[in-house]
Design a protein around this ligand. Structure first.
Ligand SMILES: [Zn+2]
Length: 247
């Protein structure tokens, strides 16, 4: 598939199945309930209020994941390059929401004058949320992105226990449409969600496209199986043969 979802073999375009806003809202409620259960209640409801006041955002950044990606020590410079890149992409040039655990915004590297300045700037702009000690910041960035219906910037595959709690009926579809992944080559490269859906699908002219899991990472393109009908050949054949597709 090329970047627009056009099959290089048969020339057909993959479809995009939109996510129902009502479903998204229901999922947001379920997520908030789970987060309140798992996190100290006062803290998470405090965050919901904070988000109500400062949001919505065009993008939400999983700060720890981005600051540590391919780094031994947390890199504020790398995180800042992503934040600035996202600001450029925003139609209103608004800063994304940066979610970071409290331990990353105080002491250690955070006390370095240039990092301190960055943190101050983000805080003043209402773009930084430091999750409390003892919290799992995953709940915060995920909820903020679902609630804001925004992009979520993380290279986290979101497959661990927390995400398993969210079920498989809605969350994988949401993730496919909202997760932005990153690589770095002289600055960040944003890998936007594809403009098509990663599901088995039949096109109008009868081609079938089947996604495979090979190439399901940032660097290589996902592989698809393309199965087209030989329309001229099948028109005179019997029914069982019609079902046969030319691979
Ligand atoms: Zn095709």
């Amino acid at each position: 598939m090329n970047g627009d979802g056009v099959c290089r073999r048969c020339g057909e375009r993959l479809v995009c199945i939109d996510i129902d806003p009502v479903e998204t809202e229901e999922f947001g409620r379920k997520l908030a309930n789970l987060a309140c259960e798992r996190e100290a209640k006062a803290d998470f409801t405090g965050f919901q209020e904070w988000l109500e006041h400062h949001g919505p955002f065009d993008a939400v950044v999983d700060g720890a994941n981005i600051g540590l990606y391919n780094q031994k020590n947390f890199s504020f410079i790398q995180l800042n390059s992503v934040v600035n890149g996202l600001r450029q992409l925003s139609p209103t040039k608004k800063l994304p929401l940066i979610v970071l655990h409290s331990r990353r915004v105080k002491g250690g590297l955070a006390d370095n004058p240039s990092n301190k300045k960055l943190l101050e700037g983000w805080r003043r702009a209402g773009a930084l949320y430091a999750t409390p000690y003892g919290s799992n910041d995953d709940w915060y960035w995920l909820y903020a992105a679902v609630k804001s219906r925004s992009l979520l910037v993380t290279n986290d595959e979101m497959r661990d226990h927390l995400f398993e709690l969210l079920g498989t009926s809605f969350f994988p579809r949401w993730k496919e449409k909202h997760q932005v992944r990153l690589t770095f080559k002289r600055g960040p490269n944003f890998h936007m969600p594809p403009p098509y859906s990663i599901v088995i699908q039949e096109s109008e002219r009868g081609s079938w496209h089947i996604p495979t899991i090979s190439g399901d990472d940032i660097e290589t393109l996902r592989q698809w199986v393309c199965a087209t009908r030989d329309i001229d050949a099948v028109s005179f054949r019997s029914a069982p043969q019609l079902a046969q597709m030319k691979l």
